[in-house]
Design a protein around this ligand. Structure first.
Ligand SMILES: [Zn+2]
Length: 255
């Protein structure tokens, strides 16, 4: 089709899409990080996913590697990795679509050109911690949390289903590297999948520390010793230099 129609732009696009080759190195990295997330006990079913952006000359936002729907990160093999467009959910490689959660990951990649990887899991302690009530933020108890996260976690209320309706994230996604979706789970952002993974582990660790501390405080009758907002702000400003001393950053290896 298209021959003798003169619609070169259409056929150009079609041939560019044909040229989306499946990179085994990226797929293997997705599988590797998927297994690491599983090993930490963050995956219980086919929900939870990782998206890795790879640049492509025909796609201004690049293309996204992800697990398709119906299998878990725990079960994922090479044949379960698909490639999607980023502004739309169109499959560029593979035939099985992604689950609804990939919409949120794509929208984050679209709105945050500095981010190249997103990890989303349904983390037990975070869901429990926020379901226990009276919380609208993740406060810091450890020194590592502000440095690794670099920006405050954004807590999204339970009535806001950001996976089904991703529109609202444009209002706050520039100001955070992690989302806490009440009753649902967490999403972390990184310049590569390693950074997103470190932030995932740091956020989940901080929530566990908070839960442990709050239990101990209740038992002992003492006061919770959180870092102050001013201290946390000061650490956010210095996060890059602390976590990535000159010459240690490895960004670009996903590209
Ligand atoms: Zn989810």
């Amino acid at each position: 089709m298209g021959k003798a129609t003169g619609q070169t732009s259409h056929s150009d696009i079609e041939s560019a899409e044909d040229a989306v080759v499946f990179r085994h190195d990226v797929a293997e990295r997705l599988i590797k990080y998927g297994r690491m997330v599983v090993a930490r006990g963050y995956i219980h079913n086919s929900l939870g996913n990782i998206a890795i952006r790879v640049p492509h000359p025909a796609f201004p936002h690049g293309v996204a590697y992800a697990k398709h729907a119906g299998v878990s990160l725990e079960e994922m093999e090479l044949e379960h990795v698909v490639i999607t467009d980023i502004p739309t959910n169109r499959l560029l490689y593979g035939t099985v679509p992604t689950s609804v959660g990939h919409q949120l990951n794509r929208e984050i990649l679209r709105l945050r050109p500095d981010v190249n990887a997103v990890i989303h899991v349904h983390h037990d302690e975070t869901i429990a911690h926020f379901a226990a009530g009276r919380l609208d933020a993740v406060r810091a108890v450890s020194l590592e949390y502000p440095y690794v996260m670099a920006k405050p976690a954004c807590v999204v209320p339970s009535h806001l289903d950001v996976e089904a309706d991703v529109g609202p994230i444009k209002d706050f996604i520039q100001d955070t590297n992690s989302l806490v979706m009440v009753r649902h789970g967490i999403t972390t952002l990184g310049r590569n999948v390693s950074e997103a993974y470190h932030r995932l582990n740091t956020l989940t660790s901080e929530v566990r520390r908070i839960v442990t501390m709050e239990l101990l405080v209740a038992v002992r009758g003492t006061d919770a010793d959180y870092l102050t907002d001013e201290e946390v702000r000061w650490m956010y400003e210095r996060a890059e230099g602390v976590i990535y001393p000159e010459g240690s950053a490895v960004f670009g290896q996903d590209l």
